[in-house]
Write a protein that binds this ligand. Structure first.
Ligand SMILES: [Zn+2]
Ligand SMILES: [Zn+2]
Length: 152
């Protein structure tokens, strides 16, 4: 699945249009929030053999150019997504690592205003909501108990 505007996006960022770059963009559109290994697997499925280093380089170049966003939270591997520029947040399952987008709470960046910005010009607020995803909630006996307690 190759969106025609990937080429335009690369050119707009003054990046050369290459097959690995297009493949990485396509992979992340199909599988948002993929980590590097998943991206490599996807890219290899389309292009055949591509070195880890080549994919790392593409991820770095596209992130630096603002075409990808890198999500790095405490205790997790870096993940990437092509939904950039809208200041959205993420909800992550503590149990299985599932991740989903949460729209910005306020509607403009920075989403939250710091109570004390220490003189910094703040342009982004990154919020991570940690919790348990519906799948894990359904299969965990603990939380099933907790739920039936609550409903009494
Ligand atoms: Zn989960
Ligand atoms: Zn996202």
């Amino acid at each position: 699945m190759l969106a025609p505007d990937d080429r335009a996006a690369l050119r707009g960022a003054s990046l050369r249009v290459t097959r690995p770059r297009l493949a990485v963009l396509a992979a992340l559109r199909e599988r948002p929030h993929a980590d590097t290994d998943e991206v490599i697997r996807h890219v290899r499925a389309t292009l055949g053999s591509v070195s880890h280093q080549a994919v790392y380089d593409v991820l770095r170049a596209l992130t630096d150019a603002g075409l990808l966003r890198r999500i790095q939270t405490a205790g997790t591997t870096a993940r990437y997504e092509s939904r950039v520029g809208d200041n959205h947040h993420h909800v992550i399952c503590r149990s299985c690592g599932a991740i989903a987008d949460v729209d910005c709470a306020v509607g403009h960046a920075p989403c939250l205003t710091a109570s004390d910005d220490h003189g910094f010009v703040v342009d982004e607020a990154e919020v991570v909501y940690w919790g348990t995803c519906p799948d894990c909630t359904a299969t965990s006996p603990l939380s099933v108990n907790a739920r039936s307690e609550g409903s009494r």
